[in-house]
Design a protein around this ligand. Structure first.
Ligand SMILES: C[S@@+](CC[C@H](N)C(=O)[O-])C[C@H]1O[C@@H](n2cnc3c(N)ncnc32)[C@H](O)[C@@H]1O
Length: 265
């Protein structure tokens, strides 16, 4: 998509969007000049950012497969982003055709693209909602019979909570989900980590997002681990994303993402 293209209704092409900038980082086409300019400034300092993004996609699909194989049939992807094949629903339903997948994002562009992609698929739904209003989202999922919280679910929060500020209290938001999740449910969280991240690249990301609706917050590994309070952490714990896929031999990246998987006892 270029600036000359007509943007879908309600899409602001003058302000950077995290969903569209990340689409650009992942090699997608659903972004505008303002997004490419912002992402390009970070990539200039951290040229391996696209490799990190692709590794994060492989990680979330790996966890989706693991959960589908463990019998999970409901998948809630919060901060789902613009579709990037293979997506969670293709992966989950490839293993379990009856799996239900709900995508949630607060960026209208995601809703537009997901609806176009999923229009014909009954078991897959996309909704526009904000993780910072957890009770509203959880009540809607229940009242519209999108997720049955009496049954186990995988909740994915991938690359999301660095877009939620300390004042918005990610740990408390996650706890609201945990309180509703049935035993045997899983949560998967990844976010940018202070530990080991290149200071200049981190400062650039924080700077370009400072005036956006979602300023970027890097966090230490210990704080990210505290997001899993009340869950049993699966090995290897909350670690650098690369450690989740030692077989992939991904070279170290300038920016670091910490990731973990927890289970409701
Ligand atoms: C870095 S992208 C990650 C996309 C996807 N999870 C992935 O890993 O490929 C972060 C996504 O979170 C969404 N997001 C940011 N703040 C949000 C909020 N408060 N509620 C819901 N979604 C949010 C953005 O619109 C964006 O699509």
């Amino acid at each position: 998509m270029t600036q000359q293209d007509d943007a879908p209704a309600g899409i602001d092409t003058t302000q950077m969007s995290h969903a569209r900038a990340y689409d650009y980082v992942l090699g997608g086409k659903d972004n505008f000049a303002v997004d490419r300019e912002a992402a390009g400034q970070v990539i200039a300092l951290a040229p391996d950012l696209p490799a990190l993004g692709r590794a994060q996609r492989r990680f979330l699909l790996r966890v989706t497969r693991m959960c589908a194989e463990a019998g999970i049939r409901q998948f809630l992807d919060v901060g789902a982003g613009i579709p990037t094949p293979p997506n969670v629903h293709e992966t989950a339903r490839g293993l379990a055709p009856d799996a239900r997948v709900v995508y949630v994002d607060n960026d209208p562009i995601v809703f537009v693209h997901n609806n176009a992609l999923l229009a014909t698929d009954d078991g897959v739904v996309s909704i526009k909602a904000d993780v910072r209003e957890p009770d509203q989202l959880l009540d809607r999922l229940r009242s519209e019979h999108l997720i049955d919280f009496e049954q186990p679910v995988l909740v994915l929060f991938i690359g999301l909570f660095h877009l939620v500020t300390d004042a918005e209290n990610p740990a408390a938001l996650i706890a609201r989900f945990r309180e509703r999740m049935a035993p045997g449910s899983y949560v998967c969280i990844s976010q940018f980590c202070v530990d080991g991240s290149d200071p200049a690249a981190r400062a650039k990301l924080e700077e370009i997002s400072a005036n956006s609706p979602a300023p970027m917050t890097f966090r230490g590994r210990d704080e990210i681990e505290s997001f899993f309070d009340g869950f049993d952490l699966l090995p290897p714990g909350v670690v650098d994303l690369r450690q989740w896929s030692p077989d992939e031999d991904v070279p170290p990246t300038k920016l670091k993402v910490a990731a973990g998987v927890g289970r409701v006892r």
